[in-house]
Design a binder for this molecule. Sequence first.
Ligand SMILES: Nc1ncnc2c1ncn2[C@@H]1O[C@H](COP(=O)(O)OP(=O)(O)O)[C@@H](O)[C@H]1O
Ligand SMILES: [Mg+2]
Length: 377
Amino acid sequence: MDTTADLPTRRPRVMVLFGGRSGEHAISCATAGGVLRAIDRDRYDVLAVGITPAGRWVLAEDDPDRWAIVDGRLPQVEDTAAHVLLPQAVDDRDVQVLESGRLPRVLGEVDVVFPLLHGPFGEDGTLQGMLELADVRYVGAGVLASAVGMDKHMMKLVLAGHGLPVGPFVVVLPGELDRDPAGVSERAAALGLPLFVKPARAGSSLGITRVTDLADLPAAIRAAHVHDPKVIVEAAIVGREIECGVLGGRDGARARASLPGEIVVTDPRHTFYDFDAKYLDEAGVTLACPAELSEAETAAVREVAVRTFEAVGCEGLARVDVFVTATGEVVVNEINTMPGFTPFSMYPRMWQASGVPYSELVDELIRLALERPTGLR
Ligand SMILES: Nc1ncnc2c1ncn2[C@@H]1O[C@H](COP(=O)(O)OP(=O)(O)O)[C@@H](O)[C@H]1O
Ligand SMILES: [Mg+2]
């Protein structure tokens, strides 16, 4: 079945959208560089649109090199004064460009948006809601799945509700530490030590502290508060850190899982996979892909990954991160609805190891987005 049959016969136009307001702006730009390089120009027309750190949508250079991280220099979307406007009504499909002192310029219709954005205001359902209102198709999870995936508290409730394995945790609601510090401490103490204290809605390990002494708990909660008024405190899980890529199914088929990969933090200065280990000290970490797991463990991880994707109601793609304990038990740590997506990131590497090279992965994600209807689905 050709599910793209209702689309125009011209090449579909893809808006590659990147940058954004979150702390992961530069990572998003680097990802866009990878996608702009890999996207098949014979098959798609490309429109590069950047979101500045202040939230302005601007026409951006369609040039992979412009967005690369070179010698530690982080790329950033600048305000070019050519501001991009989405269509605002179902019967008006044109994207427009506004430049001060000039008449609006019509860019024409965009068939699909590829939102390469991480964190709040990109990966959390807010942008997805805006695209839904504009009736524009887009790659990846919808409003609810994005929001659930972003909020580690809600994510755990949804997964537990589906009978999926998550570790023990308590939530510290906004204002609770000030109202009832003893109560917070008592509830957290019941989880044992060490603890992981996290902002409920962040990423890249920002604001996360591993706590080994209960006396350090309030400071750790305040560090998490820098990123989010809602905090989650988790019992530490002892196990290997395994990740698995999930790709939506075509034509109603079940979602597919990649071969798993493993994060091995080799430098003991990092007591966990913290921000520095992720981005600043690549020598201190090994991404093993595929992970050396037994057949049974590999099968269990892939099954949990697909069930997690389904439980959250994801579409398109997600990376499911789990712990595999010494007894082979799989515990879900988190789901990322827009995982790191440079050619060197774990998600594309896991698909590469599973027989789907980067450019094919980009193509598959766009096809999945084009085949799905807009509106409730
Ligand atoms: N409950 C836990 N037990 C053991 N390690 C943990 C736990 N939670 C987080 N970690 C460590 O902290 C890292 C970051 O936590 P994670 O929940 O993945 O946050 P982020 O969304 O910022 O990536 C993980 O990759 C892992 O190394
Ligand atoms: Mg993580």
